[in-house]
Design a protein around this ligand. Structure first.
Ligand SMILES: Cc1cc2nc3c(=O)[nH]c(=O)nc-3n(C[C@H](O)[C@H](O)[C@H](O)COP(=O)(O)OP(=O)(O)OC[C@H]3O[C@@H](n4cnc5c(N)ncnc54)[C@H](O)[C@@H]3O)c2cc1C
Ligand SMILES: O=C(O)[C@@H]1CCCC=N1
Length: 393
């Protein structure tokens, strides 16, 4: 195995491009298995230009899709294990409420998966919910189901921890090196702004930059990159919606996109409440101020806060930014390149991939070493997308 930070040979087993949460977990699993692994990142770390920065993410087992509910059981164990290895907890259990019309099919599927997986929780009606959570005011015909295992992942800490553990296992992480060229072959050659590297396999986990790296490899995925407003809202009584007051995370099933919230913790007195969509944007323009027309999400959030959360001021106090990379069905892409079987792609995490990163990393590492993946990958295959029309002559 390589000494910390430095490879023994110039031929790696695997190069991983992109040190967001997905690439970092993939590299960690590989290094833990003794594979010579190089993780390349274009920006000096830490950075806030992709999708994995910020202090918090929701972790939950309440999923309408069975395949994610199933993967989450293992994901919780792997988060626990990483926290124990590092000697620092990576999440705080707060519970989560899924709120929706009781007749809504997605709400009903969430209830079913929670029951099927024996996840502890309760069902509330619009009448019974305020008795238990006085801070939320549901409407007639709405119901809520709780997932008591859910909580808040300490995202920045988690990302730093998995990268530290990767290096401790002998992995090499080179940040501030942008990959500028990839030559496929039995040995893949990767050129960066600082050097040339070779490996038996390559994993591309480039977040919103995925299609930029895939274009020269004759592949384009139907990905939409969105700039998300990450909004924090002031509590009228500081702490009333806080973790210490046992206020849970919530996910409100709204049309056309969900609204979700986390109890106040990271900024004292402020709750994080966001819209699960944003405006189309190139990741290179992440820092550009949005056009006024790109703010209908904030209007929807104001309306939601004033209708459902009476103890929160309906005007965002802080707005930060982050990127989503969405597939048309919001399922991930975890697959081999259709032409180059030793190039593996992890992309399209569609705004819900952080909690699943331990399992995603394991699956991408399994694909890169030619092992049978631990889960059926049908929902994540590239071939589920219709082939793009041939380019005009
Ligand atoms: C506001 C917001 C809230 C979210 N909330 C939740 C939540 O509550 N729960 C949840 O589970 N998920 C959540 N998510 C989703 C989750 O954060 C993402 O799915 C996840 O972070 C995606 O990680 P990634 O590694 O694919 O992408 P990224 O973090 O963007 O990483 C890709 C990396 O590749 C690097 N890269 C790109 N091109 C190159 C190149 N040419 N050379 C070298 N490096 C390159 C980039 O610089 C970047 O660091 C949220 C996302 C956002 C934005
Ligand atoms: O994945 C999550 O839990 C959050 C909340 C719901 C919408 C997307 N991200």
């Amino acid at each position: 195995m390589a000494a910390a930070g430095e490879p023994h040979s110039s031929l790696y087993d695997t190069i991983v491009v992109g040190a967001g949460i997905q690439g970092s977990f993939t590299a960690y699993h590989l290094a833990k298995r003794g594979r010579e692994t190089l993780l390349l990142e274009q920006f000096p770390l830490p950075h806030s230009r992709g999708s994995s920065h910020g202090q918090s993410r929701i972790i939950r087992r309440a999923y309408p899709q069975e395949h994610y509910a199933q993967m989450m059981a293992e994901s919780y164990r792997l988060w626990e294990q990483l926290g124990a290895e590092a000697g620092a907890p990576l999440y705080r259990q707060t519970g989560l409420l899924v709120l929706g019309a009781d007749t809504n099919p997605e709400f009903q599927r969430c209830c079913q998966t929670l029951v099927q997986h024996r996840v502890p929780g309760e069902l509330f009606t619009a009448e019974s919910l305020p008795g238990r959570f006085p801070g939320i005011r549901p409407h007639d015909g709405e119901a809520a189901v709780s997932d008591r295992t859910a909580g808040v992942l300490y995202a920045d800490r988690a990302l730093r921890t998995v990268q530290d553990e990767f290096r401790r296992c002998g992995g090499a992480l080179h940040d501030g090196q942008k990959v500028t060229d990839i030559k496929p072959g039995v040995v893949v050659t990767v050129t960066t702004t600082a050097g040339v590297y070779r490996a038996k396999s390559l994993v591309i986990t480039a977040g919103p930059w995925a299609n930029k790296l895939l274009a020269p490899l004759r592949l384009q995925l139907p990905l939409q990159t969105l700039r998300i407003n990450v909004c924090y809202w002031k509590e009228k009584v500081p702490g009333a919606y806080g973790v210490s007051a046992h206020f849970p995370c919530f996910m409100a099933i709204c049309a056309p996109h969900h609204i979700y919230g986390l109890p106040s913790n990271e900024y004292p007195g402020l709750m994080k409440i966001c819209y699960h969509s944003g405006s189309p944007a190139d990741p290179e323009e992440h820092d550009r101020p949005p056009e006024a027309s790109a703010l209908p999400d904030i209007e929807r959030l104001r309306d939601f806060v004033s209708k459902y959360l009476p103890g929160v001021v309906p005007e965002p106090a802080v707005v930060e930014h982050c990127m989503y990379t969405n597939t048309p069905d919001e399922d991930f892409v975890l697959d081999r390149h259709p032409e180059f079987s030793n190039i593996i792609i992890g992309a399209g995490f569609s705004g819900h991939g952080f909690k699943l990163a331990p399992v995603v990393g394991k699956l991408l590492s399994q694909l890169s070493v030619g092992e049978e993946p631990s889960y059926a990958l049908e929902p994540f295959r590239i071939r589920r997308f219709p082939a793009p029309p041939p380019a005009a002559p």
